[in-house]
Design a protein around this ligand. Structure first.
Ligand code: ATP
Ligand code: MG
Length: 281
């Protein structure tokens, strides 16, 4: 496994593989790898000849008051984990390599980018789509892997790929959870042990919502109310949003339909966590 820092070297390393027809599978990450990332890497390993991951804490997707500077980083450990999973290349550029002085170009998926996390984190998805497109252009994978934990991110990336006629197949993999249900996230490392316990309300509220729906509840506002009630029982939890939408086009639903996405963002202390569940009725 090799760690590559420049665009030129990354292109040069992959050229011969691409020329001989190898399938390149790509997993973009911000590093501080956990089992969620590793599940994406394993899927890539199963379906591709070459597996490339990127580790890049992308400044353009962070707001000015957000955690860019303190975002957790540990390249040594990430490299060990990646190597164990059979990754061929880690692309780990410096910020100046991808955003040199004079950088001006951004990609924006309209409407979708202002929903859910996009509403509470203005500019976030503009940064995500820009970096993902740049990485796609540098690595030119045939397959790219994303996690369902970031449900809207996956929908937006799919939209961009379709709209811009990119020849890349997007695979979205299920949410990997801790044994007690908390969705894995690099940001979980910010949680104190008290907050770690409190963080269970996200998944617990989603599971209870699912149960109500299975028992016949179809009224979205009743379900949202129930979720709110559970989360508000946790003193350190502050709801950012609870969203109940159609899973395809993210239209808000008054009545639960056949494929419903319930997505949450909740602050636990200073840490903002997200989770979601897709319910078929
Ligand atoms: N628990 C998880 N299960 C499945 N995929 C995940 C999980 N967590 C993250 N991913 C996916 O891994 C990819 C890289 O995400 P990223 O590096 O931002 O990790 P992260 O855990 O989401 O970090 P953070 O929560 O701090 O943003 C994304 O496609 C994301 O959806
Ligand atoms: Mg993330």
């Amino acid at each position: 496994m090799k760690i590559i820092k420049t665009v030129m070297e990354m292109r040069a390393a992959l050229k011969s593989f691409r020329d001989e027809g190898s399938i390149i599978g790509f997993v973009p990450t911000m590093g501080y790898l956990h089992q969620g990332h590793l599940s994406l890497i394993r899927r890539a390993r199963q379906s591709s000849d070459m597996v490339v991951i990127s580790i890049f804490v992308n400044p353009t997707q962070f707001g000015p008051q957000e955690d860019l500077d303190r975002y957790p980083r540990n390249l040594k450990r990430d490299a060990e984990l990646a190597e164990e999973e059979g990754v061929d290349y880690i692309f780990h550029p410096d910020v100046s390599e991808l955003y040199p002085e004079g950088y001006k170009t951004y990609v924006f998926v309209e409407e979708l980018s202002d929903k859910l996390c996009g509403a509470s984190r203005p500019g976030h998805f503009r940064g995500v789509t820009t970096i993902v497109l740049k990485l796609f252009n540098i690595i030119q994978p045939q397959l790219a892997y994303f996690g369902q934990k970031d449900a809207l991110q996956a929908i937006i990336v799919r939209r961009m790929v379709e709209d811009l006629n990119l020849d890349i197949k997007i695979e979205v993999e299920p949410i990997v959870r801790e044994a007690d249900g908390l969705a894995m996230s690099s940001r979980n490392t910010y949680l104190s042990s008290e907050e770690r316990k409190a963080a269970l309300v996200l998944y617990r509220s989603l599971k209870l919502a699912e149960k109500s729906i299975k028992q016949g509840e179809r009224d979205s506002s009743a379900i949202a109310h129930e979720i709110k009630k559970i989360i508000n029982q946790e003193p350190s939890a502050k709801i950012d949003y609870i969203s109940i939408t159609d899973n395809k086009n993210l239209q808000e639903l008054d009545i639960i339909k056949k494929e419903t996405l319930i997505a949450l963002a909740v602050h636990i202390g200073k840490t903002r966590l997200i989770d979601n569940i897709v319910i078929q009725v």
